[in-house]
Design a protein around this ligand. Structure first.
Ligand code: PLP
Length: 378
């Protein structure tokens, strides 16, 4: 039987197990000292003032939109070529997502020119996604947002460690939302983080992640205070200690793992360059700025996509995925927010196949994927 190559895979190291076991033995399981330590480590890494751990990227986005004042009647311009949470968090904040197209087949990020054309007096914020780990044009968007008095929110779920002009993705906007979901570049099963230089945004996020309370369980435990007030309508969006410990442990390998991912992408690009009827977004030189989260491949003909995926899986044991069915085409969004026409998003979304990529992928596994694509496409 052909061995299976998954499109994404998790490896937990002995250090990770030790870190989690020590946390469980400590007896303190909800958000506490390890979460605070991870916030310091990650803020240093990004080079920003505040990092606020939360339960997911979705909840980080929700808090970011709220902290930027998004509410009923407000529009937020978002890409449709993303995971649904970029848009659903706008709806949860009371706002209305307005979908913008991508730049094109070589850059799957949101198109700043289309964003500018979509701005109305009701626009409050713009969200950008660093697709696949490749930085979106957040430098251009930050300038555009400044000019129009809008907040820029970065969905950095794919891109811890990505850079633009030497500066980390997630630090260009008013807030950046990171994900530690189990198939991401830095993972803990579930988890997220809001990064910001804005003291006010950080204060809102810290308060609302824990019910709008003026002190947390850990602060009361270490007796800084024994009572609290509730100053806003909050949530339980906390991260727990075992996950914070896992993140601290895994963070030490992040740089090496991103380098390995880049090596795999470089190899794919080199050895698949001549294959007919497929192409790859982005350029070789973009890789140095990318966290190399996923490897998107475009087949020339949309009508071939399902057959290619089936052949890779059934004949060669190569699992693939699709990043992403566009949000504006989902039934819930078509019905509520009709009228979006995004030709470049729709074209790419019909032709995209995500091929296997993970940091501990072996040479044999990658050879198997490359041989399979050569065979299927010729
Ligand atoms: C995974 C992902 C999210 C959601 O992250 P969670 O941590 O699972 O909430 C949001 N946006 C994008 C682009 C993602 O890929």
């Amino acid at each position: 039987m052909t061995p299976q190559v998954p499109f994404s895979d998790v490896r937990v190291e002995p250090d990770d197990l030790d870190a989690v076991a020590a946390t469980l033995r400590s007896g303190w399981l909800t958000m506490g000292p390890r979460a605070m330590e991870f916030e310091r480590v990650f803020a240093d890494y990004l080079g920003c003032r505040h990092a606020v751990v939360v339960s997911s990227c979705t909840t980080a986005l929700h808090l970011a939109y709220i902290a930027c004042g998004v509410g009923p009647g407000d529009e937020v311009i978002v890409p449709s070529y993303t995971f649904v949470a970029t848009a659903s968090a706008v709806v949860h904040a009371g706002g209305t997502p307005v979908f913008a197209d991508i730049v094109g087949v070589d850059d799957l990020g949101i198109d700043p020119e289309h964003v500018e054309r979509l701005i109305t007096p009701r626009t409050r914020a713009v969200a950008a996604v660093h697709f696949g780990g490749y930085p979106a044009a957040v430098d251009v968007l930050a300038e555009l947002c400044d000019r129009h008095g809008l907040a820029l929110i970065e969905d950095v779920a794919h891109a811890p460690g990505a850079t633009l002009g030497g500066r980390k993705a997630g630090t260009f906007g008013r807030a950046g939302a990171f994900s530690f979901f189990s198939n991401k570049v830095l993972l803990a099963g579930e988890g997220g983080l809001l990064a910001t230089d804005d003291d006010e945004v950080a204060a809102v996020a810290r308060s609302l992640r824990s019910h709008g309370m003026t002190s947390g369980t850990w602060e009361r435990h270490i007796a800084r205070t024994d009572t609290y007030d509730v100053t806003g309508l909050g949530f339980n969006y906390r991260l727990d200690e075992p996950r914070a410990a896992l993140l601290l442990s895994r963070f030490r390998r992040l740089g090496d793992e991103i380098e390995r991912r880049r090596g795999r992408v470089r190899e794919y690009r080199r050895r698949l360059a001549g294959v007919s009827q497929i192409s790859f977004p982005y350029r070789d030189e973009d890789l140095a700025n990318s966290s190399a989260y996923v490897m998107p491949m475009l087949v020339d003909r949309a009508e071939d996509r399902d057959d290619v995926r089936r052949a890779l899986s059934e004949r060669h044991g190569v699992q693939t995925s699709i990043f992403y069915p566009p949000v504006h085409r989902f039934s819930a969004y078509r019905a509520r927010f009709p009228g979006a026409s995004l030709p470049r998003t729709e074209d790419v979304a019909r032709r995209e196949i995500t091929i296997p990529l993970y940091s501990h992928m072996t040479d044999d596994e990658q050879d198997q994927v490359i041989a399979a694509i050569h065979e299927v496409m010729t």
